[in-house]
Design a protein around this ligand. Structure first.
Ligand code: NAP
Length: 297
């Protein structure tokens, strides 16, 4: 694993962004997404806080108002797993802004929590964490900054180290996802399809899928692979990286974790705001408040 010290946007002098820089955060009514909106707003970007439940989204914006941060925060409903919602979000966005600078695909579900490995909701997990992030990315990508802009658009996919290739023991599936040259969306979708079929047929436990939080891990494996495909396809136009925030105290972990959502958001913001001279693409970063930030290809 290769060390990659990340510049802290609060201390760097290379502040490339302004209030005209637009950041979109999905699943931002609570947890890491909410903390990230707060962080971006504190740093002076314009932020679009999205939430699948409008009342939760408005409540989140109201709570940021109390902190005096609402001036540069907009709200729009967005359920990433619902095509109609994604379409209406993109048309709303287009009516307000020319382009976006940062997209953070943060929204995700996990039904295992700190309990047993339940596969009951595997389809929803994959549909949200992988296909939902992909749906939004494809719909909003035409609104990335043009190639002659001073700053290129950034996509940060909030992922998990549970979705790294070493967690997969199925040699055939591992070979497909590990074959960088031939990796494509079709091949990723095929792997995901095999997984969902194994779940349907009740044989997923014997097929070498990740041992813990299996459906969640597969969804993040797919998201990581998709990020590498995108990074290659849009090299020079869009930077695409993944970030695992580490074990963080949110609803997803029943409040357990090694650090707060604010800590995780600070690390995510540092990555999303890397100065242009240090900007990377196609990387998977892991963060921890004690060990700092690491990256591997
Ligand atoms: P969280 O507190 O449960 O927040 C998840 C957010 O995603 C909520 O706002 C939720 O909305 C939203 N969401 C779920 N399905 C959605 C959909 N279809 N459309 C739009 N929004 C949707 O979890 P978190 O810990 O902050 O997780 C944030 C990200 O970090 C996730 O990608 C997660 O996989 C990743 N992560 C977390 C940890 C950790 O230890 N917490 C570790 C590694 C990675 P509702 O409130 O309506 O449910």
């Amino acid at each position: 694993m290769q060390q990659a010290p990340i510049c802290n946007p609060t201390t760097t002098t290379a502040r490339w962004w302004s209030k005209d820089s637009i950041a979109i955060v999905t699943g931002a009514n609570k947890g890491i997404g909410y903390a990230l909106v707060k962080r971006f707003a504190q740093l002076g970007l314009t932020v679009v806080l999205t939430s699948r439940d409008p009342s939760k989204g408005v409540k989140a914006v109201d709570s940021l108002k109390v902190l005096g941060l609402d001036g540069n925060i907009c709200f729009c409903q967005l359920d990433i797993s619902d095509q109609a919602s994604v379409r209406s979000f993109v048309s709303w966005f287009r009516s307000k802004f020319d382009a976006f600078d940062i997209l953070v695909n943060n929204a995700a579900v996990c039904f295992n929590a700190m309990k047993e490995n339940s596969m009951e909701h595997a389809e929803t997990v994959v549909k949200t964490n992988y296909y939902g992030s992909k749906l939004l990315t494809e719909a909003i990508l035409p609104l990335c900054r043009p190639s002659n802009s001073p700053f290129i658009t950034r996509i940060l996919n909030i992922s998990s180290r549970l979705g790294t290739l070493d967690k997969l023991k199925n040699t055939k599936m591992k070979a497909i996802l590990g074959d960088e040259k031939r990796l494509s969306e079709d091949r990723i979708d095929m792997v995901v399809g095999v997984f969902l079929q194994d779940v349907k047929d009740g044989r997923w436990e014997r097929q070498g899928w990740p041992d813990i939080w299996t459906d969640y891990s597969v969804s993040k494996l797919a998201l990581n692979a998709y990020s590498r495909v995108l990074a290659r396809r849009y090299e020079g136009l869009v930077s695409v990286n993944c970030f695992c925030p580490g074990f963080t105290q949110t609803a997803m972990t029943d409040g357990q974790g090694k650090h707060s959502a604010d800590d995780a958001a600070e690390m995510a913001a540092s990555l999303a705001l890397l100065s242009p001279s240090r900007l990377t693409t196609g990387k998977f970063y892991t963060g921890s408040t004690t060990r700092g930030m690491h990256s591997k290809l």
